[in-house]
Write a protein that binds this ligand. Structure first.
Ligand code: IVH
Length: 676
């Protein structure tokens, strides 16, 4: 490094600190980026070199001073100047209104124009940061509310905690005296998931949930461990020695953000309790898109003088409540563990449950991911398990309640089960992978099946393919995925034993002819598990094009008539899989893309048909296709929603019986033909 004079270094250091702090403020508070992380790191590096050269210029609030210090023997207890309280819960609009009425009654005439302040209730652990004259001096955990532990060393490693409060116009008074900022330490869901992916890959037990991990991390005696785990601090309160410094919660949040402290932008003032209820409703689903976990809102009076006046009962303030959303955990019993095989030949274990309601939907199964996961959690058939489902998120098995395990259950032996469930297949577990795969699956076996299906009559209907040619193309190595057929050349095909000049030309012409297939056929042809011909039609009619399907959410899939959790899960799994994304990108590159659905409906829309017995004029498949093409639905058995039962020759008595019971209209082949 170039030697510089101390005066020049001091000037440069001041500028670097200010620029790095600005970057930090924009990034963590305003959620915008002023420079790349690499550039910021580079500035920090320069700063630390200057500070090493002139140690007398180093101050504790320098951005370089987040580095983890020495490990502690134990934490020092610190008493809170103002106790850190808890909240009473309310679980619905009624209880919320009852709380607001109680509060209003106590305030009498002052309850007029009462304002509420609502924020997301974060699922982390509470912590108080104490700033003296704008500089962070102490950080204390909530502890029992009266006495917490000094975790300053650990908190200093959290990037979004300012070591010095930012100078902000209008908020100068916070730079003098004591400013205590309270908030929640959280780990973001994405960071948590990434950590668990690493843990699993390293063969270590996964962490249970972000909250426990954040809490466990803050209570580490070695700050280096803390620094290695991504934590964030989101503030919800600021305390001053003179309470009138902070007149409202709205002002508190504005002040905290101006001072460089992260506080939720979702927090808002609401003018009456029905607005609070509407706000709560609006976050019930949306909250799952937040970076952190939450199970509710915190609602309080915006006016802090009134808040203080209402006082405390036991450990909870009268002027605030936690609004809790319905539980997203439930217990159920594992009835079976089935292993499913995906397109790439990966074997995925799925737990089948006694159906149970969780957060408003029925959950019947959950992926158990891989053999290691079953082994680690020791999930057995017959076990009672806690399952978790956060809104649109796919249900997961959280843990086994071993205490409730029946006698004589057996450990799930993965390899034995693979043999039992798929006696005809051979599996391998590649080194370093958690997943068993069908031997040779990404190559021959499954690909042959996939290609045959993709080109079959119900799908792209490519004349001249069929099973034998599919096998020949895969075996020749010319086709490594289903999109490869669009890259075949005449020379390649004609060189294969099974082809001559004409058959090669015909096949290639048939392939080219199907570059813009109908969306439903293409979708069906992709071979997504549980997506049969009718489901593909329903999906195509709803989403209209493949791009919409690719970006649809689990809930949007489920909103389609006739699509349940299994299909929605399977669709999400398919569209989020990297291999499948790559496959779609390849199709697009090759100019192969299904047509958009322009008009839905048709003369038979809303009508559903079941055929029994045999038809004289056409096969069942053709009839089904015609019905579907006119907007009707084809079903395999008579149900409440069946409009017509078509009775062909040699009708089955049971179907007629059922139709009679349900009042379904029975028609003959001639009537059907007229409709078609
Ligand atoms: S306000 C009386 N706002 O919830 C304490 N608390 O059950 C009121 N929490 O200990 C604090 N998110 O750790 C407030 N946006 C938020 C919060 C929040 C999470 C925690 C906090 C508190 C607990 C009360």
């Amino acid at each position: 490094m170039k030697p510089v004079s101390k005066a020049a270094a001091a000037e440069r250091i001041a500028k670097l600190k200010s620029l790095i702090n600005d970057y930090r403020y924009h990034y963590h508070v305003l959620d915008e980026s002023t420079m790349s992380e690499a550039a910021a790191d580079s500035l920090k590096h320069e700063l630390s070199q200057l500070e090493a050269q002139f140690p007398e210029l180093l101050t504790p609030d320098s951005p370089t001073q987040r580095v983890a210090g020495q490990a502690l023997d134990k934490f020092v207890k610190v008493a809170h100047q103002v106790p850190m309280l808890s909240l009473n819960d309310v679980f619905d609009h009624q209880e919320l209104e009852a709380w607001s009425e109680r509060v209003s009654k106590m305030l009498g005439s002052r309850a007029r124009d009462l304002q509420y302040f609502a924020d997301i209730k974060m699922d982390g652990l509470a912590c108080a940061l104490i700033y003296e004259d704008g500089e962070l001096v102490t950080a204390v955990t909530r502890g029992d509310g009266r006495v917490g532990e000094d975790v300053t060393m650990n908190i200093r490693t959290i990037e979004n905690v300012p070591l010095r409060l930012r100078a902000a116009k209008g908020f100068e008074l916070f730079q003098k005296g004591r400013t205590e900022i309270r908030g929640e330490i959280v780990m973001y869901k994405s960071d948590f998931d990434a950590l668990n992916v690493q843990r699993r890959a390293a063969g270590e037990a996964a962490f249970a949930n972000p909250r426990n991990l954040a809490a466990g991390t803050i209570r580490q005696l070695d700050p280096k461990l803390v620094a290695a785990r991504p934590l964030h601090f989101h503030a919800y309160d600021v305390l001053r020695t003179t309470p009138t410094d902070v007149p409202t919660y709205r002002y508190a949040y504005d002040a905290m953000r101006a001072l460089g402290v992260t506080a939720n932008t979702q927090a808002t003032v609401l003018k009456d309790v029905s607005a609070v209820a509407a706000f709560a409703d609006s976050w019930e689903t949306k909250r799952h898109d937040l970076k952190f976990n939450t199970d509710g809102l915190v609602v309080k009076l915006n006016d802090r003088a009134l808040y203080a006046e209402l006082g405390v009962v036991g450990k909870t303030p009268r002027a605030a409540v936690a609004f809790k959303y319905p539980a997203e955990e439930a217990t159920t019993i594992v009835k079976d563990i089935v292993i499913s095989i995906g397109r790439t030949g990966a074997a995925t274990p799925v737990a089948v449950f006694d159906p149970v309601q969780v957060a408003g939907t029925t959950v019947q199964h959950a992926s158990l991911h891989n053999a290691d996961e079953i082994e680690r959690k020791d999930i057995r058939v017959g076990d009672t398990v806690v399952i978790y489902k956060a809104g649109d998120i796919i249900p997961q098995v959280n843990k086994v309640l071993v205490e409730l395990r029946p006698n004589r259950t057996k450990r799930f032996h993965y390899e034995t089960e693979l043999k039992r469930q798929y006696p005809e297949l051979e599996f391998i577990r590649p080194d370093g992978e958690a997943v068993y795969r069908v031997k040779g699956a990404s190559g021959p076996l499954l690909l042959k099946k996939a290609l045959e299906h993709f080109t079959s009559k119900g799908a792209l209907d490519i004349d001249g393919m069929g099973e034998k040619n599919a096998v020949a193309l895969v075996d020749s190595g010319l086709v490594k995925d289903i999109a490869d057929i669009y890259e075949l050349t005449y020379e390649q095909v004609v060189a294969l034993d099974r082809f001559a000049d004409l058959s090669a030309r015909n096949l290639l012409a048939a392939i080219v002819d199907k570059k813009q297939p109908p969306l439903a056929r293409f979708l069906y042809g992709l071979g997504i598990r549980h997506v049969g011909a009718q489901t593909a039609i329903d999906l195509a009619n709803t989403f209209k094009n493949l791009d919409n399907l690719g970006t649809a959410t689990y809930q949007e899939f489920k909103d389609v008539n006739g699509i349940g959790e299994t299909v929605a899960e399977s669709l999400i799994a398919w569209f989020t899989d990297d291999d499948n994304q790559a496959l779609l990108a390849k199709f697009r590159r090759l100019g192969v893309w299904p047509e958009d659905v322009k008009h839905v409906g048709g003369p038979l829309s809303g009508k559903s048909f079941v055929i029994t017995g045999s038809l004289e004029t056409m096969g069942r498949d053709l009839a089904a296709e015609k019905i579907r093409s006119l907007g009707g639905t084809f079903q395999s058995s008579v149900g409440k929603d069946t409009t017509y039962l078509v009775a062909g020759a040699n009708v089955g008595a049971s179907k007629l019986d059922k139709a009679r019971k349900l009042g379904t209209e029975v028609i003959d082949e001639e009537t059907l033909l007229k409709m078609l």
